[in-house]
Every structure is written in C-alpha cells, then in structure tokens.
Write a protein that binds this ligand. Structure first.
Ligand code: 5GP
Length: 173
C-alpha cells in the first residue's frame, strides 16, 4: 500500500522542546507534591510517555480511554473504552490529552473526573484548535495552538494509522 505524502506541521525537535517546557512548568507548579497523570487513550500515548519523562515530581500514571471520532469526523458521542484502575479521590490529577478540538470530549471527561473528588484537576493538551470550539475548555498546560487542519502523527491517527510518526503532520490533498 502506498502512503500519501505528508506535510510536516510541527517537527519532532519542536515537539520535544515544548514537552520539556511543559514538564518544567509542571515540576514548578507541583513542587513538594505528588501527581497522577491520566493519559487519554489512544491519541495521547506518545505525548504522555515523553511528558512523564520530563516530570520529576512523584508521578503515578493511570490510563483512561474514550473515543468520539470515526475516521476524520467527530461522532459527537463520547464512549468510555477504558476506566482508571484506581480511585483518584484526594489526588492531584492531570489529564493528558492529544488535542482539544470541539471540546466535547474534554467537557465529558472533566465532568466525569470532578465526580471522583480529586484534590485538584488540571488539563494538559498537546494541541488546541480554537477555530473548532463548540464548548470552551480551560487548558492549564498547552503545547501548541493550531489551525483547523486534521493532524496525524505523535500518537494521533487517521483510521488507526500514522500514530508512530515522531512529528505532527497533515496528509496532503
Ligand atoms: P473533541 O471532542 O474536542 O472534538 O475531539 C477530541 C478528540 O478528537 C481528540 O482526542 C482526538 O482523538 C480527536 N481529534 C480531534 N481533532 C483531531 C485531529 O486533527 N487529528 C486526529 N488524529 N484526531 C483528532
């Protein structure tokens, strides 16, 4: 199968530099505390793996899975595909997301997580598409603001492919 040409949107080097900055910011904000990182599967698994290694405060990791996209379209219905393995009551939780697009997924997740009574709840997202906002979401730690394009790579897929690319790109055409 031939791969279509992919234009680089954000290089691996730029991503790595920004992830280090986000890690440093989290280290400062949570100095003397411990945190639970909650990567949202599947899209944030690469970002979360790099971010976790830029974090020096004691850090547990637990995964949450949900999906709202088929191909390149949001279905508007958020499905939980994997729940946390442990309660997060009384913990400082940081949700790690790949991209906030319409905001519907994060609205669902933040409401879901508030009911679990964490000591604090923050959101770290690699990407945000402001032009697509349906529900405004406060992103405490943001990697990059991007235009309204469908991005792949660094964990993000198109029909389950391209997650393994080390950079963020856009399929040409
Ligand atoms: P939202 O609910 O904010 O519209 O969408 C959030 C989810 O949609 C993301 O976690 C991601 O899985 C998917 N998504 C949104 N925009 C893109 C995109 O440009 N590329 C890819 N691969 N997934 C996207």
């Amino acid at each position: 199968m031939d791969s279509p040409p992919i234009d680089t949107l954000i290089s691996a080097e730029r991503i790595q530099a920004r992830v280090r900055e986000l890690g440093a910011q989290i280290n400062r904000d949570y100095a003397g505390q411990s945190i639970v990182l909650v990567p949202v599967l599947k899209g944030s698994f690469v970002f979360a793996a790099d971010l976790a290694r830029a974090i020096e405060v004691p850090c547990a990791i637990d995964f949450f899975g949900c999906r709202s996209y088929e191909g390149t379209e949001s279905t508007g219905v958020v499905q939980t595909t994997l729940d946390l393995s442990k309660p997060v009551e009384g913990k400082h939780v940081i949700i790690v997301e790949d991209i906030v697009d319409t905001g519907l997924t994060m609205k669902y997740m933040l409401e879901n997580f508030e009911t679990r009574r964490p000591a604090s709840l923050k959101l770290c997202s690699l990407l945000h598409k402001a032009a697509r906002t349906k529900v405004p979401i406060d992103i405490d730690y943001l990697g990059f603001e991007i235009d309204d394009v469908f991005v792949i790579g660094y964990g993000l897929d198109h029909d389950e492919l391209y997650r393994n690319l080390p950079y963020l790109g856009v399929i040409r055409g």
